[in-house]
Ligand binder design. Sequence first.
Ligand code: GN1
Ligand code: MG
Length: 386
Amino acid sequence: MNILNKETLSLANTDRLNQIAEQFNPDGPIINVTEYGTGNVNDTYLVVLDAPGEGGRFIMQRINQHVFRHPELIMLNMGALSEHVEARLAREQAATTPERRWETPRVYFSKSGRNYHLAEDGSFWRAMSFIDHSTAYARVQSHRHAAEAGYALGRFQSLISDMPPNTLHDTLVGFHITPNYLNHYDAVLARRDTTPARAATKPEFQYCMGFVERHRSLVHVLEDAKADGRLPIRTMHGDPKIDNIMIDDTTGCAVSIIDLDTVKPGLVHYDIGDCLRSCCNPLGEETVDLNNVRFDLDLCREILRGYLSVARAFFNPADYDYLYDSIRLITFELGLRFFTDHLEGNVYFKARHPEHNLQRAFVQFKLTESIEAQEHELRTIIRDMR
Ligand code: GN1
Ligand code: MG
């Protein structure tokens, strides 16, 4: 079971984290290594050094090898990506004066000469630069923030749009293929012994079961459009949630999208659907205020405005046609993934208590319900943006 235990950050662990951070040739003595961010899969730490300037802190992560079976492929992708993006940015800067800075995290080399460190226990670690003078937020702060998040996604997709697809490895096979998640859910349900007995009687549990049943026919919508060529395969980010968008502390402009573990060929609709489900949920995906979860149309308008200010250049009519479906589907899909993980005993997403993934599933299904209730308004917003 993947339940987080704060005790794991014991003194012995602190020593161990310091030793691992040392492997990445820090620019000065380490002051401390602390848990950082709210990732559900990998473990993230901020390493603070006694050193001035940009190298004064960096991000260190342990990759979850239960989820990412070949983490070295992620590192190969990151290398190829930053090379491509740096070259694009340099060409753009040579042609015009950029309106804003845009950065990609720089991967650090370890004492082994590789861009990761394999610890003695087999755990897989990497380190990368912290995007200076910027912050990522777990919830949307304002309409401006929403528009910047949308812009950031469009900008990122545009920067990687000309990467030859075969330069990227598939780091997580089946990611965002919704019918596969439903098949897995059915397989887990069939193993009834894994159903957590206590939770099964809860109204939230019953609600989630019923919600999945009522949405079975939804799961194919994007895969069908992909299969018959209505939606083209492009390079996507995979996880553009609000927590992964870095905002400049002074200007309020988005300056980077981090978490490049799932960049690969796919539908940009997985991305925009995910960005909207994350950003238009004002209470955030971790809320316990379960009955007040709602999808905010004003935030949605801002995100789409920011996104399409860039994506309009590569969008075709079918891309607009599938926007509503993608918002609804990816929200439902995340609820299904959380609920399945609850049924399975929290083997994928880190959980702080045994019913955490049930709570998260409930939030996403409530959000899907709110999206469905506002279908007409959402379609109108999308139509007016064309
Ligand atoms: C996971 O680990 P994190 O928090 O960056 C998940 C995403 C979900 C997200 C929901 C590889 O991302 O797909 O949308 O949780 N990542 C993976 O918060 O499964
Ligand atoms: Mg992620």
